[in-house]
Design a protein around this ligand. Structure first.
Ligand code: MG
Length: 246
């Protein structure tokens, strides 16, 4: 799908709302706060900015953000969990402006995380930017996952394969899927107007995942920590642009 300049302008506005959710939730992360309280902060930003939520009611999801602590990889439901000193917490947030979507995630420490957890977060965020470096007109889509795999592999971490990045536009999840590993030579060439949500999910231990009984929460099978960073990126006439920034 190729989006026009006007469509990307709307996605830029949605992206800024997501960035504001990131900024405000990040500022609130501390021991003692519940994940439901963090969701309330995100709801307030959406309301003030006149944005709709793309997470709420998505296949019945009950909140506007996903909150995934520690060994939870993605899709955690905000609730009564109280953040503890030394936790890490992944926050995935989205917004819709005039029908156009933004989607981005980050992982942060609650107080001070262990050196291992800190390193995992740093590597995962750096992997996202290695992926973003590959997003340019004429480059092949498969290079995105290749860059993540190449960067992360030497650390010995598990690269989650079952959940992937995606195209984004008038729906949160559009074609194509964008894996965080190299799917092999080829793939379509990227074009001006393409907009992608790229989101490496990296585990301290094995790549294997498990879904909890709530039907949403995805955790590492071995109980190891997991980090997740995501941005929405457009290829504009002026070059690649991260839309989910302030
Ligand atoms: Mg996403």
């Amino acid at each position: 799908m190729r989006r026009s300049k006007d469509e990307i302008a709307k996605m830029r506005r949605a992206g800024r709302v997501v960035a504001e959710i990131h900024e405000k939730t990040r500022a609130a992360i501390r021991p003692g706060i519940t994940t439901l309280q963090i969701d309330a902060i995100a709801r307030e930003v959406l309301e003030v900015r006149g944005a709709r939520s793309n997470f709420l009611n998505y296949h019945g999801f009950p909140a506007v953000i996903c909150t995934s602590p520690n060994e939870m990889i993605v899709h955690g439901i905000p609730g009564s969990y109280v953040l503890q000193e030394g936790d890490i917490i992944s926050i995935d947030a989205g917004a819709i402006i005039e029908g156009y979507h933004g989607d981005a995630a980050y992982t942060a420490a609650v107080g001070e995380a262990s050196p291992e957890a800190q390193k995992l977060m740093e590597v995962t965020e750096a992997a996202l930017f290695k992926a973003i470096d590959q997003i340019k007109e004429g480059n092949r889509l498969n290079e995105i996952g290749r860059a993540v795999e190449k960067y992360v592999s030497p650390f010995g971490y598990g690269i989650v394969r079952e959940y992937v990045g995606h195209g984004i536009g008038t729906a949160m999840h559009e074609a194509p899927q964008i894996p965080n590993y190299w799917p092999g030579e080829g793939g379509p060439k990227m074009k001006v107007g393409n907009v992608f949500a790229v989101e490496p999910m990296i585990n301290l231990g094995s790549e294997q995942t498990e879904t909890l009984a709530d039907g949403w929460s995805v955790v590492t099978k071995d109980g190891s920590l997991s980090a997740h960073f995501e941005h929405t990126i457009a290829i504009t006439e002026d070059g690649p642009e991260i839309l989910t920034v302030a």
